[in-house]
Design a binder for this molecule. Structure first.
Ligand SMILES: [Zn+2]
Length: 114
């Protein structure tokens, strides 16, 4: 569905999503920052790795519901780590993926790797 949208609408959709990324990061901060600070960066990173393992298992089992759940958990833990480093992930994302592939500077990407 997304790939059939005209480029301008696709870009506007992406910009809107990036705004929502910041809102989501703020939500994660409100919900978990205190616990994240107590746990610390290293143990929070381990939590993320644990969720990546669970996603791998769900993918191998082709359990789509579990894949969806685990991806949500992974994103939540990434935001926890971003909050511990006081990184604005919305800005970081916009800087790195500024409408083109950061490696080849093209859209769509023309890098040889798949
Ligand atoms: Zn590329």
């Amino acid at each position: 569905m997304f790939s059939t949208l005209p480029l301008k609408i696709k870009f506007l959709t992406i910009v809107k999503s990036v705004v929502n990324i910041h809102e989501f990061q703020e939500l994660m901060k409100d919900l978990y920052l205190e616990k994240d600070l107590k746990r610390g960066k290293e143990r929070t990173m381990l939590k993320l790795m644990e969720e990546v393992g669970e996603l791998a298992e769900a993918v191998l089992l082709e359990d789509e519901e579990k894949v969806s759940e685990e991806m949500s958990d992974i994103i939540a833990w990434v935001f926890s780590i971003a909050n511990l480093y006081d990184i604005n992930l919305s800005n970081a994302f916009k800087e790195k993926y500024n409408q083109v592939c950061p490696k080849c500077n093209e859209s769509p990407c023309i890098c040889n790797s798949i």
